[in-house]
Every structure is written in structure tokens, then in C-alpha cells.
Design a protein around this ligand. Sequence first.
Ligand SMILES: [Zn+2]
Length: 273
Amino acid sequence: MMSLPVDPKALAKAFDIEVHPFDFGDRDISGCLMSVGSSFAIAYSTSIRSVGFQNFTISHELGHYLLPGHFEALLATGRHYSKAGYISTDPYEEEADTFAAELLMPWKLIEAEIRSKRPGFESIKAISENCQSSLLASTIKFCDHTSECVAAVVSYQGRVEFMSASESFRSIQGVTWLKRGDPLPSGTPSSARCRDDKWITTCDISEDGSLLNAWFPGAPAIEAEEDIVGLGNYGRLLTILFAEWDPEEEDEEESKSDDWTDRWQKGYFRGKR
Ligand SMILES: [Zn+2]
């Protein structure tokens, strides 16, 4: 019987892989997989204080160890330095991140939480807590599976690094995709926090709000919950946006007016039928 949390350190041990903290002197490097002969070791960055992100990093390295083709592609020199946590666009890094998320947050064990009617941010925090996974990974997992309208934006020094969003968020009229390098929209709580290194380093959380069209100018001017999380020494800011948007209501309104025009064009109102 599987239960939470999954312990990646114990899993590494089962594969005879040693796990140690290490100071890489570069905060973008989350960890490293090393091989000497037939032995393997994993190092995770000492600058990562969050246990959830440590677990994610170790799981990412286990991904390189276990996924087909990774060893051949990455360990020719016996050492692979990772940028875990979704900031890299390298396909091997992305695959290892996906592996880590699946390992720490197995769908069967988080499905009930994601389908629960709890407010979204509460669910995300519960997943992170129960799975001992990072808030970032839990948010992305939540975006992938929820029916709620939610988006996550990770930024560094006021510039977007990447965005992730649930299917229903993507279907909101006028929502465009934020791209790497885009500035955070001014006037939002996130832009007010983005250079507050002290706040970010202490992994603080702020539950705030803004208007959806402040983020996406073409979107409706509806209120959005804007929760902000400092991602610690990693230096990044995570913004989670929740909006209430019912596409069916919109469709109904549209089709009502369509019907009316239709009937008018067919001449119902002029007594032709
Ligand atoms: Zn890696």
C-alpha cells in the first residue's frame, strides 16, 4: 500500500546511491548526479532550505539515474549539474522535473485533494505538506489537473521565467501566454514584491488580489486572487492567480444573442413564418 510522503532519500538508498548536501556556489544549480565506475552519488544544494525542494531535487537526480537515455546523454564526464524546478528548457531537465513531480505526488494519492471543493491555495498547500514536495511543484501539479481557473507565474527580479495554467484558465477570453523575459505587470502585488530579496529569501507568503486584466490586458476585468510565495535562496517569486470564470455562462449569453439575430434574420419578427 502506497502512502505519503514518498521518501526519495530512502529510494536512493535502495538503489545504493549516496545522498549529500553540497555548496555549489551558484544558486541556479539545484543538485548533481555523479558516477564513479558503477557507483552513483547525488548532491543537493545547501542553499535550498525547503525540505520540499530538497526532495524535489533528489527526485530529479533519481530521474536522471532511472530514465532511459539520460545516463548516456548527461554523464559522459561522470557529472551532471542540474537546474531543477522548471527553470530549464533542456528536454532532459524537463523530463527529470516531470519524473520528480510524479514520484513525489502520485496521482492516486492526491486526486481526492485536487477534486475537493477546498479553496485552491489551501489545496496546493495541503499537497505540498502531505507530499513533502515544493510549493512550486505542487502548484504546477494542481494546474495540470484541476478544473479551477488557476495560473502560476515564476519570475526572477521582475521578469517572467515561465507560466503554467490550468485548461480552464487558458480558455478565459483574452488570456495570453506570458513569455520568458516579459516584465511583471506594474501595479500588481507581485511586481511590488519582486525585488524584495529579503522577503523572497525567507519564503514568505502573501495572499493578495488584483484584477485579471492587470495581468492580461485582453481578459475581462474580473477580480483575481493573487497569492505570492518567495521561493527562498533560489531567488524566485511564485505568483498563483485564481479567477472565477464560467465559460458556459458566457456561451449562454452569446448563444442567446445569436438566437435572437438568427430569428430576426430568418424573418420570425416580420411574420414571414
Ligand atoms: Zn538535471
